[in-house]
Design a protein around this ligand. Sequence first.
Ligand code: AMP
Ligand code: TRP
Length: 331
Amino acid sequence: MKPLLFSGVKPTSTPHLGNYIGALAQWTKLQHDYPCLFSIVDLHAITVPQDPVELREHTLAIAATYLAIGIDPARATLFVQSEVPEHAELSWLLGTITKLGELERMTQFKDKSQKEGAERAGLGLFAYPVLMAADILLYRSTVVPVGDDQMQHLELTRLIARRFNERFGDLFPIPQALVQKVGARVMSLQHPDRKMSKSDATDGGTIWLTDSADVIRKKIMRAVTDTEGGITYDAERKPAVANLMEMYHHMTGMHLDAIEREFSGKGYGDFKKALAEAVVAHLAPISQKLAVYQNDRGELQRILDAGRDHARALAADTISRVRSLMGIGRA
Ligand code: AMP
Ligand code: TRP
């Protein structure tokens, strides 16, 4: 079977620079190397409470972002996870071969359930990695580009796939994560010890792909830096500057050592100005296209309809094999 790529983003917000650098930017390149499925994983989004009206808006916003960054619907399949009910079905089936202890070990679950305590966390949040395994295995995908925070889920997916194959017969190829070396974890501009995320958005730590040029400039100029000066890369001792340098690398394509040379003898102010302009220049065409797609709902709907139909056809084939191997339903 030829390799197939699967990835997804939750429609919990409009996308931020962390999503873009950590995941989305790779996708536009990878679509030339593999047949790709890119999903908007709304069933994952609702594992923490969402406003229903906003959820639908964000679903279309993520779809528009996929197109705005250059994903070509003629090459890749774009679809909304919940519109292919086989994801939920396979998730249940795989849940029957997943152990509680395996899910309890997931750091994302531990983090997300910390506030209220595991006792009060939802079943959906606990089962989140099983649904993710179902997303990937439903298409018998082998290549899964994700940010560093998803590695543990990928490992569990591999384990579930192996266990299924051993118990019921060889069906699933063992998927591989694809994580980039630089920028796999973009940190908050305000808290370099935390990843850039939706929840860290209130204090300017997060850059949204929809931010105006002025807002981007302000956020970057206000970004915290390290006590030790100089534009040199040392992720341990100077995490704030390292984060900004990685950002600069992704925006300009310049390597870290070239960035050091370029800014040797210069201060944080100069570097931040250059970074702000690089981010503004990089995001301008994306946010323009984003606005166009968001206003052309008809085109967006048409692309998602076609994506859903294609995904369903692939999913139906896997599900019927799974049912048969597991012996559920009638022949
Ligand atoms: P999410 O919005 O949580 O669905 O994440 C979508 C994708 O973006 C996943 O592949 C994440 O690993 C990636 N991602 C999210 N936040 C970051 C971040 N701060 N740095 C790098 N990648 C990220
Ligand atoms: N859990 C991923 C995240 O938070 C999103 C996701 C869901 C995903 N299903 C997936 C990513 C399948 C890759 C493959 O970012």
